[in-house]
Design a protein around this ligand. Structure first.
Ligand code: PLP
Length: 231
């Protein structure tokens, strides 16, 4: 027997895997006393080829994530033309020199994390009148190598985004350290969002999304459980 979670999904598995993930989300929501409609599934399609993405779209999935601007730019303009109701999220790091492409392509940018990037986004949004929704990435584990704003600097950063750059930040996202219990990171992100009166919480991946839902996630970002192991 093969373990489904450790093999690459063939395209025909994708609708079944999606349905399973949606069922697990509904169960986790019910266990947490939450309405499943108060949260969205972001299908993270990094490294996933277009035909497999089309399978997910065919199964009703509309919210997708990518972690690289370049890869997203190669895959999504044509997909978005064919399916006009797609909501595309950037969940990976954004370099200032990719801001133009990112603002043109993404509906939600989840990884705002430094003043220089906030300034570049603000300028591009004014220039083009395109307004992707913005979340701030928080480095909840304060890991030196990881992107994101330190929890202690978050309030000032969000005030800077708002007051200096005119950017409305709608939510927070985090990627917990992978060798730690994620619950404390989800709890911290939820507490910060509550203090700062931010509505959206992007947290939880294939291995821990039920946990994230119990802590209030409004977006869970799931790749492997839908599309199979990445090459
Ligand atoms: C790849 C990725 C995910 C999805 O991870 P899985 O474990 O495959 O579900 C979620 N968030 C970010 C930021 C990612 O890069």
């Amino acid at each position: 027997m093969t373990d489904m979670s450790s093999t690459q999904a063939t395209p025909s598995d994708i609708p079944a895997r999606l349905q399973l993930v949606r069922q697990e989300m509904a169960l986790a929501a019910e266990a947490a006393g939450r309405d499943v409609h108060s949260m969205k599934l972001v299908a993270v399609a990094k490294t996933v080829p277009v035909p497999a993405i089309e399978e997910a779209i065919g199964a009703g999935q509309r919210v997708f994530g990518e972690n690289r601007v370049q890869e997203a730019h190669a895959k999504w303009p044509a997909l978005k033309e064919r399916h006009t109701d797609i909501e595309l999220h950037l969940v990976g790091p954004l370099q200032s020199n990719k801001v133009r492409e990112a603002v043109a392509l993404f509906d939600v940018i989840e990884t705002v994390d430094r003043p220089k990037l906030a300034r570049a986004l603000a300028e591009e949004m004014v220039r083009t009148a395109k307004r992707p929704r913005l979340f701030v990435q928080v480095n909840t584990g304060e890991e030196a190598q990881k992107a994101g704003v330190a929890p202690g600097e978050l309030a000032d950063f969000i005030a800077l985004c708002r007051d200096t750059f005119g950017l409305a930040i709608e939510g927070l996202m985090c990627i917990p350290p992978f060798d730690e219990e994620p619950a404390m990171h989800f709890a911290l992100l939820a507490k910060l969002a509550d203090q700062l009166e931010l509505r959206e919480l992007s947290m939880g991946m294939s291995g821990d999304f039920a946990r994230a839902i119990s802590f209030g996630a409004t977006y869970v970002r799931i790749g492997t459980a839908i599309f199979g192991e990445r090459a």
